[in-house]
Ligand binder design. Structure first.
Ligand SMILES: Cc1ncc(COP(=O)(O)O)c(C=O)c1O
Length: 380
């Protein structure tokens, strides 16, 4: 028997008032996560300071993230954002030799692209892998771009603009055959679908906790496979040290684990929320969550297509994630009209994005459809 989705839905009070379809923007606050935030305030009022307890909480988040990603705790850095993790990783990469090229798919979220472009003064040559007519980036495009100078490829798992999913395992296999490393940006998939770093065989993966993971802004994670723990970030700090309490101002002695990719004081408040949120996702079961989202989004896509909507997201389950992107002639206006009706969506790139979580149900699909059809004149 699978999870009780009615009981799961009841953990999110916002759903009593809204058809919430913006989980890829910010996931809803669950009651256990709200309780974790209150616990932080209680602990502050009670004790003032609790570095021991807060350190243990960061470790619990590290362990929870490792389990969710099918990695090991010593392969996870707890960061303050995805950008924070990508910056630490970039700082560890040497672009001095012949292998100095960074490839980015054109589906990347801007922050990763901007960080790699920022490495140009350090010798990085950044090239983009263009999308095909249908908005996805096929394997052949990577095959044509990856060569003996390619150091690293950043690929998004699910595109934030159109919901297209890349074939991460196949791209990674190709990259490894040609001696390149792969960084997976899993921010738009983690928490909504299985992200198995071991099965995908990616070298690095990055994300945050505020979207489908149901945590909060201000805390993120970076996965660094064991074989890359010899990389030494030049972005560093006391929480990256082998012994945080060493307080040694005469040397940099980074941890042997992925904690070497951390910098300063970890996100204390966020770790309360993230611990509770990751536990909720794991207790519910990521496979069950993925199946439910696939069914809901599949139903939404079929009904939208039957009603004449044009979708930027492919119907093939293997080529999409939790987002359904609907083409519009004026996406910001259509989004505003839907929000006025209590249907919370967002717009990017000419599309209205409906981003589902397992707490959604058929009533949300119906509300989306009714809202879009009430403004047919704004549909592409
Ligand atoms: C796919 C993806 N990557 C990266 C980011 C940026 O993350 P951060 O603000 O934590 O650096 C986002 C934020 O929306 C995202 O959707």
């Amino acid at each position: 028997m699978g999870p009780d989705w009615t009981a799961f839905r009841a953990l999110f009070p916002t759903l009593e008032r809204k058809a919430y379809l913006a989980s890829g923007s910010y996931g809803l606050l669950a009651k256990p996560v709200e309780a974790a935030f209150r616990q932080y305030l209680d602990d502050r009022l009670d004790r003032g300071v609790d570095w021991g307890g807060w350190g243990a909480r960061t470790e619990a988040v590290r362990e929870g993230m490792a389990a969710l990603l099918n990695g090991q705790p010593d392969e996870i850095a707890i960061t303050t954002s995805a950008s924070d993790g990508i910056n630490s990783l970039a700082s560890a990469i040497d672009f001095a030799g012949r292998r100095n090229k960074v490839l980015l798919s054109n589906l990347e979220f801007p922050t990763g692209a901007q960080i790699w472009h920022a490495q140009a003064p350090r010798g990085a040559v950044v090239q983009h892998v263009a999308e095909a007519q249908d908005g996805g980036v096929p394997l052949e495009h990577f095959a044509a771009a990856i060569d003996e100078t390619t150091k690293l490829i950043q690929i998004t798992h699910v595109c934030y603009r159109n919901g297209q999913r890349l074939d991460v395992a196949a791209i990674t296999r190709l990259a490894h055959e040609r001696g390149a490393m792969v960084l997976l940006d899993a921010f738009q998939s983690v928490g909504a679908m299985a992200v198995d770093v071991a099965a995908l065989d990616v070298d690095f993966a990055v994300g945050g906790m505020l979207k489908y993971l149901l945590g909060t802004a201000g805390i993120g994670w970076l996965y660094v496979a064991h074989k890359h723990l010899g990389l030494t970030p030049t972005a560093s700090g006391w929480f990256a040290q082998a012994d945080i309490d060493a307080m040694d101002i005469f040397a940099n002695a980074p941890a042997t684990s992925a904690r070497r990719f951390q910098t300063g004081t970890p996100p204390v408040v966020g770790s309360y929320a993230a611990e509770a949120a990751i536990a909720l996702i794991r207790d519910t079961g990521i496979a069950a969550i993925e199946t439910r989202i696939r069914d809901l989004t599949g139903e939404a896509m079929d009904r939208l297509t039957a009603a004449g909507c044009q979708l930027a997201t492919p119907r093939d389950d293997a080529r999409r994630g939790p987002q359904v992107a609907v083409r519009s002639t004026d996406a910001p206006l259509l989004t505003a009209k839907l929000i006025e009706r209590g249907v919370i969506v967002s717009s990017r790139d000419g599309n209205v994005r409906a981003m589902f979580h397992a707490y959604n149900d058929a009533s949300d699909v119906g509300a989306l459809l009714d809202g879009l059809l009430a403004h047919r004149e704004l549909l592409a």
